[in-house]
Design a binder for this molecule. Structure first.
Ligand SMILES: [Fe+2]
Length: 309
């Protein structure tokens, strides 16, 4: 008989699974956690405040209501980079989650381990003024402003834990790319219907002004109802605006389509790699908006293409 998975220990990487070789900094253990949150300079706190103010101008009627509730509930308006311990205390009482500091992007299997234990690893650093508009590595603003407010929602909080647990089986079936695509099109770049209107819940969108507007208002990208089997087969863009966004009706629907259905049958049906291009619109898709793909086809960032198309 198979032993039940112990989610309290870091999963082993099977030899068949290849993960990007990240160099673990000295001073952090196997769990990649730093012993404490950094002490930030006054300028670093000001960078947070300026990023916060810029995003908050765009949040009303664009961010979903659960996100706005989470911002209030965690008192993220208080000014300065939030104290992880303070927000964790509040979160623990609400959904059992906590926020823990990591020095940089961490390996997938360690990330799964923390999520499965309701710990959200947050970058322990903030971008500089020079990187104010764009940073590829997730910093404390992306992680705490973008991700943490939704951890106050009980259903979304359960989805995140379930996602972490799903990592163990993704390792077993060697389907990490597929599981990453799911994270990308939900947790990072997801849209949700709210009283018939599209709203944003993805942290990758909510932590930057250009995509906050582009994802909802541009004619360029597709907006398609989320089908888990479909998105886990779909390629995605890492360092530019997305060509397609996927829409859910509710977090309950998202939880139902993944954890309640079970990840195993999904992994079993997947082939390695992606089958669909990020610009694809399939006959089987329920499409809310068929995009022109103008931004993508013109070459995206660096090509001079305008995100306002
Ligand atoms: Fe993120």
């Amino acid at each position: 008989m198979q032993r039940p998975t112990d989610y309290r220990v870091i999963p082993e990487l099977p030899a068949s699974v290849y993960v990007a070789p990240l160099k673990r900094p000295t001073g952090v253990g196997e769990d990649w956690l730093e012993s404490a949150q950094r002490r930030y300079s006054a300028e670093e706190h000001r960078v947070w405040d300026d990023l916060y103010e810029r995003q908050m101008k765009l949040m009303p009627r664009r961010a979903c209501k659960e996100f706005m509730f989470g911002l209030d509930r965690l008192n993220l308006h208080r000014g300065g980079i939030p104290d992880f311990e303070e927000i964790s205390e509040e979160l623990r009482g609400l959904t059992g989650w906590s926020v823990v500091p990591v020095p940089m992007l961490i390996p997938d299997h360690v990330f799964y381990y923390h999520l499965a234990n309701r710990r959200f690893p947050a970058g322990n650093f903030i971008r500089s003024r020079e990187q104010f508009d764009y940073i590829q590595e997730p910093d404390v603003f992306h992680d705490v402003f973008g991700h943490v407010p939704l951890l106050t929602d009980p259903v979304f909080a359960s989805y995140m834990e379930a996602y972490g647990r799903a990592g163990w089986k993704a390792l077993k079936y060697n389907r990490l790319k597929a599981l990453s695509a799911l994270y990308w099109y939900t947790v990072e770049f997801g849209l949700i219907l709210e009283e018939g209107e599209l709203r944003i819940y993805g942290a990758g969108i909510l932590s930057g002004p250009t995509e906050t507007v582009f994802s909802l208002e541009s004619r360029a990208p597709h907006r398609i109802h989320l089908n888990v089997d479909r998105v886990m087969r779909t390629d995605y863009t890492i360092s530019d605006l997305q060509a397609s966004y996927f829409v859910i009706e509710s977090f309950r629907e998202l939880f139902h389509m993944t954890e309640q259905r079970g990840f195993e049958p999904i992994y079993e049906s997947l082939v390695p790699g992606f089958q669909y291009a990020k610009t694809a619109a399939l006959d089987t898709d329920h499409i809310y908006h068929r995009g022109t793909q103008e931004y993508e086809l013109r070459g995206g960032r660096g090509s001079g293409a305008s995100p306002n198309c």
